[in-house]
Design a binder for this molecule. Structure first.
Ligand code: PRP
Ligand code: URA
Length: 209
């Protein structure tokens, strides 16, 4: 069973509270999503393997460490996942970015795929799927399934607010995937929105409502 990490760093929690506030406008919302993603990225990458190297400093030789192991890739689920990419790239600018386009059918709430473009060497990378909201878990589960179909074996899921239902879905469908989130909310409403959540993340990021 994958682990669920709820990142409780005070800076993350403070910014999540601002994101939840319905009075936070689009500009501030976008900036906050970027900032929270960067702070969360710090934790998501905590267990990256290191190797020792020698570096010549101005006064001697230092035995020091650099990141080794699998290269990273980020996979935002369109559209709202796009808001998390810049924060992650600030930490790891060499990572490649794939995109998976999914929207939830308003009637069935099932994810519908409309786009998928991954790095050519995706199967050799450790992929972090990015989406602010994990509600029913259908979108994230489908995105992870697409990655596995294309040979990706090392996958993490990073979201901002996760509903218990979504967490259960991922743990059932993809027990090998660790989930990183900043908050866990208890319920979904009749439209499958997370309550209290933060509303429609895509609309709030891009000002479309
Ligand atoms: C939202 C969100 C997730 C999905 C979560 O996207 O960004 O992708 O819903 O819901 P689920 O866990 O029940 O699948 P949405 O379908 O609203 O599309 P958008 O990002 O284009 O607004
Ligand atoms: N998608 C969102 O943007 N918000 C929710 O609460 C659920 C799905």
């Amino acid at each position: 069973m994958g682990n669920v990490y709820v990142l409780d760093h005070p800076l993350i929690q403070h910014k999540i509270s601002l994101l939840r506030d319905k009075n936070t406008d689009t500009k501030e919302f976008r900036e906050l999503v970027c900032e929270v993603s960067m702070l969360m990225g710090y934790e998501v990458t905590r267990n990256m393997p290191l190797e020792e190297i020698e570096v010549e400093t101005p006064v001697g030789i230092a035995r020091t460490k650099v990141i080794s192991g699998k290269k990273l890739g980020f996979v935002p689920i369109l559209r709202a996942g796009l808001g998390m990419v810049d924060g992650m790239l600030r930490l790891l600018p060499m990572a490649k970015v794939g995109h998976i386009g999914l929207y939830r059918d308003p009637e069935t709430h099932e994810p519908v795929e409309y786009y998928c473009k991954l790095p050519v060497d995706a199967s050799e990378r450790e992929m972090v799927v990015l989406d602010p909201m994990l509600a029913t878990g259908g979108s994230a589960s489908a995105a992870i399934g697409f990655l596995k179909d294309r040979g990706v074996s090392s996958i993490k899921l990073m979201c901002l607010v996760a509903a218990t239902e979504g967490i259960n879905r991922i743990q059932t469908d993809h027990p090998d995937v660790d989930i990183y989130c900043a908050a866990v909310d208890p319920v979904l409403n009749e439209h499958k929105y997370i309550v209290p959540g933060l509303g429609d993340a895509g609309d709030r990021l891009f000002g479309t409502k």
